[in-house]
Design a protein around this ligand. Structure first.
Ligand code: ADP
Ligand code: MG
Length: 313
């Protein structure tokens, strides 16, 4: 089966860790152990991943270093984060395949752009906080000088917010399919991909925005015609009444059953909401089955034994 794996932040950095290179390498190795288990079980794996802490660190480095070297815009920072995370995955996947004597399935990590619509309503309403925290005074100065939007982020300080538009298509789809055809294990669309808009003459232009990685993961799954979409995170299943005394973990649901629960508002925007949305879109567009599960139980979830499974009606 061709399986699209969307990895959450915990696959690269655990909550509470600083983000040193060795912490990130160790986490990536644990994640890759799961990926190689899937490969050994006979699955063709396509990987996408988040980049929140990594692009956050790059933005801080850019801010703090801007008196000596020019700061880069967000699309370039996104590309940098795909490169640094992609490199860790390439090393770890190759080295693990090599150590376990598995032939083929070599990794190919691709800097990936994702098309967004310039008319997407998200551009008029930036919601996604990124980069360092500033004082109100510094933030106001910055807004006046650049036209950026900064908000008071839950009392923790002021932070820049950028639009989070809906992904339309994966620009590198043909390249990814060509690599899959040759048997490579592809890592693509990291951090939701680099958002680009199409200009009148067929060219692309990068924009200052962040695409949700789970929604971009669904676009990637569609682009490669995946049989399964597997969203791996730090909880074992999706719950209703999450974090309340009435919390109940969900096992297997049909598309319409899950749609009903989504309408009732059980899945929080910015965390479980986009995962459920992405899973629903995948099955609605003809995908066999979508799964939301914990990273440690990935293979068991693919076998239908763990996680929340969303199936056709
Ligand atoms: P990731 O990096 O994997 O995208 P997120 O923090 O964005 O992680 O989303 C996973 C988190 O969603 C879980 O840690 C959990 O706290 C939260 N969450 C919110 N609503 C729910 C729900 N209904 N069921 C399960 N988890 C939920
Ligand atoms: Mg998330």
């Amino acid at each position: 089966m061709r399986v699209l794996i969307a990895l959450g932040g915990n696959a690269i950095l655990q909550r509470g860790q600083k983000g040193t290179a060795s912490e990130q390498r160790d986490n990536v190795q644990k994640t890759v152990d799961q990926i190689v288990r899937m490969i050994r079980a006979g699955h063709e794996v396509v990987v996408t991943h988040g980049n929140g802490p990594q692009v956050g660190a790059i933005l801080i480095q850019n801010e703090l270093g801007s008196s000596s070297v020019p700061a880069m815009p967000m699309d370039i920072c996104g590309a940098e984060s795909q490169g640094l995370i992609g490199y860790m995955f390439c090393q770890s996947i190759h080295n693990t395949l090599c150590a376990e004597g598995v032939e083929g399935h070599e990794p190919a990590c691709l800097v990936t752009r994702v098309e967004v619509d310039p008319a997407d309503p998200a551009f008029a309403n930036p919601t996604k906080p990124v980069g360092p925290f500033y004082s109100e005074e510094a933030a106001r100065k910055r807004m006046a000088a650049t036209g950026e939007t900064w908000i008071d982020d839950a009392g923790r300080g002021w932070r820049r917010v950028v639009p989070s538009p809906d992904p339309k298509s994966i620009v590198e789809a043909d390249v990814i399919n060509a690599l899959l055809e040759k048997g490579f294990t592809v890592v693509a669309s990291g951090g939701g991909g680099i958002p680009v808009i199409r200009k009148g003459n067929g060219t692309w232009e990068g924009v200052e925005a962040v695409i949700d990685k789970d929604l971009a993961g669904e676009r990637l799954a569609a682009a490669v015609n995946a049989d399964l979409l597997v969203i791996l995170t730090d909880v074992p299943k999706v719950a209703i009444n999450y974090n309340t005394p009435d919390q109940k973990w969900l096992d297997t649901l049909t598309l319409s059953e899950m749609e009903e629960l989504e309408k009732k508002g059980h899945f929080k925007a910015g965390s479980m909401g986009p995962k459920v949305n992405s899973a629903l879109r995948f099955v609605r567009n003809g995908g066999q089955r979508a799964i939301i599960a914990s990273l440690e139980e990935a293979l068991e979830a693919i076998d239908g034994k763990k996680g929340t499974q969303i199936v056709k009606n």
